[in-house]
Structure formats: C-alpha cells, structure tokens
Design a protein. Structure first.
Length: 290
C-alpha cells in the first residue's frame, strides 16, 4: 500500500490535509510527521489508522526514519523556517537517499515571481533535485482571521494592520487541504506543474471587517496603522521580531501591488465553489466572540 508522509501535520493546513485524505478512503497509509508524537496522538485521537513518525526539520537525524518506506510527501514549510539551504536541502538529500521522489509542496501565490521568499527557493530546490512535484500556490488564508489576527479581534474588536486598502485574495484552508488531498491521491495526473488556488474574492480589510461584523454579529472594525507603529505595538505585546517583520512584509507590500490573480483551480478539481468570506464568518462565528 502507498504511504504518504504529511509534514506540518498538527498545523492549520496539515491537520485538514490528513482529515481530507482520511475522508477519501483511498487505499493509502497516512503518516503524520511531527515534532512531538505524544502530543500529536492527542490531536489525532479520532484517527485510528493514522501512523506517526518523529520529524523535525531542525534535526536532520530524524529524516531517514521519517522518510523510510514513504512514496509521496506533503511538504509544508513551518512559518519560522526561512533558511532553506540549511533546513530543506538536507531534507531533500534524505528524500533522495530514501528513494522518495514525489512531493506536493504547499507554496504561496506569486512564489514564481519573488526570488527572495523561501517558497521560491524551495520550489527551485525541488526541481534541482529532480523530484516529481506539484506546487500548490494559495492566496491569503481566511484562517489568519481565526489565528494570528484573532487576539485583536476578540480583545479590541479590531483588526490592526499596516495593509491600507490593499486587496488580498481570501482562501479557506479547508479548500486548500481538500485540493491537497486530491492532488496527493491523483498525483500522476497533475504532476510537474504549479497550480494557484484562490477564493473568488479579492477584498481589503475594511470590507472583511464589515463582513465579520455583519455575519458574526461582532462589532469589529479595521484600523490601518503605519508599519513603524505596527512594529512597536506588536513588539510591546511580546510578538517575536521576526514574526512582526514577516507580518509587515505580508500586509504592507501588497499596497504597492495589483490585486491578486483569481484562479478557478479549486472548482475545476472538486466541482465545488470555494468558501466565501460570508460563509467563513458564519461558520467561525463563535470564535470571533470575546
Ligand atoms: N497564512 C497565509 O495566509 C499563507 C498563505 C499562503 C501560504 N502560506 C504558507 O503556509 C505555511 C503555514 O501553514 P500553516 O498555517 O498550516 O502553519 P501552522 O499552522 O503554523 O503549522 C506549522 C506546522 O509546522 C510544524 N513545525 C514547526 N516547526 C517544525 C519543525 N522544526 N519541524 C517539523 N515541523 C515543524 C508545526 O508543528 P508543532 O505542532 O510541532 O509546532 C505545525 O504542525 C507557511 O509555509 C506559509 O508561508 C500561508
């Protein structure tokens, strides 16, 4: 039976990828690559068939065991890891040694254009190693609203960002993960191409706050701040320097870029429409309440 290793398994995307893979009921073994196996067993306590293996991108000695008898990898770059040469090259070398040749990589929309972002470097490295690949390039996660931005929404009824009126493409992690599971399953049909996966809405944070306020009945508003003020504010709140800088880059730079491209790949693949912001706000309503 084929064996698929899912990295980032306990995170937003990885968890959902495993849930959707499980739902496909395909004849595959799913292996969760995790830093803490005992913790992961709790997270996945309802997934009886799931296997676990210790995998830490910062500990190369975990690679051979994690990749043994694996046919295909779902690869996710943990957000804090940006030194690709140091952490991902050895992982790819281990893949090669273990004869693992197929990888679905969760990249990001626009990765092909920006040479400095880690996803670009990972895509290039995967090609250089000669693996068969699928690059899935998503837009901006709706789940940023229920993770990184949730504290301000609940405590201050505000979304505070240096994003001005920049428009982001909003995509539900559930849609990304469902597509990932299908691509892992039908790898041969889709391999050696990159696919953008987006929702159908490009919206700015003024509109998104209004949608949350109206749909989830929470009086949230958007407060635009300049990058320096944002930096000071988040540092005072205890956010790590690196994370604040990444947030500034992610939210400030789009002010100078055109609106993201909209792709219908999710609909082509699943014959379903991607989640709308209104549907997302209704589904996650209870999480926005203070
Ligand atoms: N947010 C967006 O709008 C957006 C848009 C496009 C692309 N992306 C990309 O999506 C990815 C983030 O996905 P996500 O939201 O699912 O991430 P996440 O929820 O932060 O999860 C990160 C996962 O990586 C694991 N991890 C952390 N450090 C690790 C290490 N050293 N070795 C092995 N595993 C490790 C974590 O496991 P533990 O449980 O052990 O911590 C967790 O399972 C990033 O590459 C990001 O650039 C994000």
């Amino acid at each position: 039976m084929e064996r698929i290793l899912v990295t980032g398994a306990t995170g937003n995307v990885g968890f959902e990828v495993i849930r959707f893979l499980n739902r496909l009921q395909a004849p595959v073994r799913i292996v969760a690559g995790v830093r803490d196996v005992e913790k992961a067993r709790q997270v996945f306590k309802n997934f009886a068939e799931l296997e676990f293996v210790h995998l830490d991108f910062e500990q190369p000695d975990t690679f051979p065991q994690a990749l043994a008898h694996i046919d295909r990898v779902f690869l996710l770059r943990p957000p804090h890891i940006s030194n690709i040469e140091k952490y991902f090259r050895p992982f790819f070398a281990a893949m090669q040694q273990q004869h693992v040749t197929e990888v679905v990589f969760l990249s990001v929309q626009g990765a092909e254009k920006s040479k400095v972002i880690p996803h670009h470097k990972i895509e290039q490295s995967i090609k250089t190693f000669g693996f068969d690949y699928i690059f899935l390039r998503p837009g901006y996660f709706m789940q940023n609203l229920t993770t990184t931005l949730l504290h301000d929404i609940k405590q201050k009824q505000q979304i505070v960002l240096p994003a001005g009126k920049a428009k982001f493409n909003w995509i539900d992690v559930e849609n990304i993960s469902e597509a990932s599971a299908m691509l892992l399953h039908k790898f041969a049909r889709y391999k050696n191409k990159a696919y953008e996966i987006t929702g159908y809405e490009n919206e700015n944070f003024y509109t998104v706050s209004r949608i949350i306020a109206e749909t989830a009945n929470v009086p949230v508003t958007y407060k635009n701040v300049n990058p320096l003020r944002f930096y000071r504010m988040k540092r005072r709140e205890g956010m790590k320097r690196g994370k604040v800088l990444v947030m500034i880059m992610l939210h400030f730079l789009p002010r100078f870029q055109s609106a993201p491209h909209i792709s219908d790949f999710y609909e082509q693949l699943t014959h379903k429409k991607p989640t709308t912001l209104k549907e997302f706000a209704a589904r996650e309503k209870s999480r926005f309440m203070s």
